[in-house]
Design a protein around this ligand. Sequence first.
Ligand SMILES: Nc1ncnc2c1ncn2[C@@H]1O[C@H](COP(=O)(O)OP(=O)(O)OP(=O)(O)O)[C@@H](O)[C@H]1O
Ligand SMILES: [Mg+2]
Length: 305
Amino acid sequence: MTVVTLGAHIVDVLARPVDALPAGHDTVVVEQVRLAAAGSAAGTAVALARLGNDVVSVGAIGDDDLGDLLTRMMSREGVDVSGLVRRTADQTSASILPIRSDGGRPVLHAPGANRTLTSGAVDPGLLVAADAVHVGGPDVVEGLSDPAFFHTLDTARASGTIVTMDVLSEAPDLLEAASAFLPHVDYFLPNEQQALAMTGASDPVTAARRLRDRGPRAVVVTLGEHGSLLVGPDGVDRLPAHKVDVVDTTGCGDAYCAGFITGLLHGLAVRDAAQWGTAAAALVAADLGSGTGLATLGALKALLP
Ligand SMILES: Nc1ncnc2c1ncn2[C@@H]1O[C@H](COP(=O)(O)OP(=O)(O)OP(=O)(O)O)[C@@H](O)[C@H]1O
Ligand SMILES: [Mg+2]
């Protein structure tokens, strides 16, 4: 199955455990420092590739060492990076994440080139030919919020492509702009804070219903360790998270999307696809870095209830 991931591409640099930053010039010795291809498009692309999909990733990165590194990491995972455009005026987006012993994750983030992706860089034929398109982080990719791109999504859907979407930020103004995509997607998978911020609702069920009213067939709100909830044509369904010895939950939402999309492409019902998402996320929570713990579709299936 061919999936196009489109949107945010970020290099994550993670260290653990970091329970406090040292004063002055002191050094803290940590157990691990790791790199990961992350962001709602790149992180999901790698997870989708590990689950056996053919993946083409589309986005904007810098013409810099971080960009070389990111394309190399994604290529080694089997992701086709021919849809990435390189910018000279902006750096590749990157984050530094000092992960606490309890899995807590403060982030130092440089937005970089992501925001410069425009609909002109997206080949409409690629989206029409794909089995699924995942729009990852349209809130941080301002240039995609464009009627021409919405038309491209609608054309792809009319040809049978499944369109899914996740958002990246928790900034109310950016998320508000991402609402314009809702009439053009089949499935939307925000986390709880994002769903509440986008709707002004005070609980995730109300938020999911309001988001679904704007167009998607179903909305899945992820609730961290509390699992997820699905609002679709058959009403509300709750899926508990797996019990995990958590190392780092960075990229759990991206892994959830990858598992969910893979399930849909295997012909599963939406709730069963959400179980695949839940299992993929549990594997990622048990290791350091976006996607690291997610090895194969077989490992995901071994976790299914
Ligand atoms: N502590 C945890 N234990 C078990 N599963 C977890 C835990 N945290 C997250 N998950 C799983 O991961 C899914 C997605 O998590 P979360 O809601 O934190 O996504 P997110 O905030 O979008 O993450 P990111 O944007 O970093 O990828 C949850 O629905 C759940 O199934
Ligand atoms: Mg997320």
